[in-house]
Design a protein around this ligand. Structure first.
Ligand SMILES: Nc1ncnc2c1ncn2[C@@H]1O[C@H](COP(=O)(O)OP(=O)(O)OP(=O)(O)O)[C@@H](O)[C@H]1O
Ligand SMILES: [Mg+2]
Length: 396
């Protein structure tokens, strides 16, 4: 009889216990000072520690320090309003990584008048990652459209500046007969005009216009990548061999050699033996990988870590995609930086060192040019790891 069975169920403590201990969510109880009185076995499945390593400790030992004040406010609200409240915070996995959890907390007063906090918590990290990815995709579509539009607009006047700087130099050259003739017609000596310009440094100014213009053109041509969908140079390549070639290229780059001591960095390669060929735009993907390697070298050169600087490059196949991972053991980055690194012009480097375009261009090339994915894992002091996933079937 169902009614009777239900009554029996609620009389049995062992069945209650079975419900709690088999819950997929973490069920917990804290005293009013925040010390853990109970956590269900789901804690071990989700976060890796044995419940006995958690019980008796304060919840603050496991929660990210940035999120503790928020949790405390929620707990105060639970106590004050005597009602269930929700909080979202980061909690540390036994492997050191942070997982986002949402918990619903309430207060209970037992027959002796003792108050406890109790609740359930579940992991929302994947949902957050997905939402972050969606927001990033939307934001990037908007920003990159704007950047490409701006680049097109700036390209013409910039071309004119460079062209006219060159014209000025040409118009005072004695090697061009039309100049000599025009000078004679107005009664001036071209040699003297030339000497005057030299003496007053006018040729140097023109040189500066040209160098600055070329630098601006490089930035513009990066921004134009945002609207370019090129199929040029698409080839089937072996990713590991391609990675080796790119590492070799990075090693010969002047900046990498001289400024960032690339040869000092230990390169570790973990290549899958059975990688099928991947269809990609050779020039595009080379640019992506060089950008990431350069960032890693810059991060490793800037850090004061005592450990041997190292870049680990991994290739493998996962879920029908070819995966490249580039990991450094540099200073890593905080959460705020991590969330913004794919935005155009976001940089933490000094003016002249970085324009903040490297990763935004990489993002465009990987996602739009190759229908792939690019993401980063990083924590302060724990290095950074960039992952690129490329579809094994379909085109670049
Ligand atoms: N491996 C890394 N370690 C630590 N921080 C990184 C790493 N890679 C990127 N970053 C951060 O991401 C920011 C953006 O990188 P991005 O490559 O887009 O621009 P940039 O390197 O600053 O400038 P540019 O690439 O245009 O020279 C960097 O300024 C840095 O703060
Ligand atoms: Mg860069």
């Amino acid at each position: 009889m169902p009614q009777k069975e239900a009554e029996m169920f609620f009389k049995s403590e062992s069945r209650y216990r079975m419900l709690v201990e088999n819950s997929c969510d973490i069920i917990f109880s804290l005293n009013m000072e925040g010390y853990v009185a109970y956590v269900s076995p789901a804690w071990k499945k989700i976060l890796g520690h044995e419940p006995s390593e958690v019980i008796g400790h304060n919840f603050k030992e496991f929660v990210n320090p940035e999120d503790i004040p928020r949790c405390e406010n929620v707990i105060i609200a639970v106590i004050r309003t005597n009602s269930m409240q929700e909080m979202t915070y980061r909690v540390q996995h036994v492997d050191g990584s942070w997982r986002w959890h949402t918990a619903r907390v309430n207060r209970h007063r037992d027959e002796n008048g003792v108050h406890t906090l109790f609740g359930t918590a579940y992991d929302v990290t994947e949902r957050f990652r997905f939402e972050e990815l969606m927001t990033r995709t939307e934001k990037m579509t908007m920003i990159s459209g704007m950047a490409a539009g701006m680049a097109h607009e700036i390209n013409n006047p910039l071309g004119a500046i460079l062209q006219h700087a060159q014209n000025i130099e040409r118009r005072v050259s004695a090697d061009i007969p039309a100049n000599v003739q025009a000078a004679a017609e107005v009664g001036v000596s071209l040699d003297l005009v030339h000497a005057y310009m030299q003496k007053r440094g006018i040729f140097d100014f023109i040189g500066h216009i040209r160098t600055a213009g070329i630098k601006a053109s490089e930035i513009i041509s990066n921004m134009l990548q945002f609207s370019r969908r090129s199929d040029a140079g698409v080839e089937h390549v072996n990713l590991s061999a391609f990675m080796d070639k790119t590492l070799e290229l990075a090693g010969t780059d002047y900046d990498m050699k001289k400024k960032y001591d690339f040869h000092r960095i230990e390169l570790k390669r973990i290549y899958a033996a059975d990688l099928p060929p991947v269809l990609l735009s050779v020039a595009g993907m080379e640019q992506v990988l060089l950008n990431i390697l350069k960032n890693a070298a810059q991060a490793l050169a800037g850090g004061e870590s005592a450990q041997q600087p190292r870049i680990t490059v991994t290739t493998r196949v996962a879920q029908g995609m070819a995966v490249i991972e580039i990991e450094d053991n540099g200073p890593g980055m905080n959460e705020k930086t991590r969330q913004r690194i794919f935005e155009p012009f976001f940089t933490t480097k000094e003016i002249g060192v970085g324009t903040g375009l490297g990763l935004s261009v990489a993002y465009e090339i990987v996602t739009k040019g190759h229908h792939g994915l690019i993401d980063v894992r990083s924590h302060p002091g724990k290095g950074s790891c960039f992952t690129i996933k490329l579809p094994l079937q379909g085109g670049a």
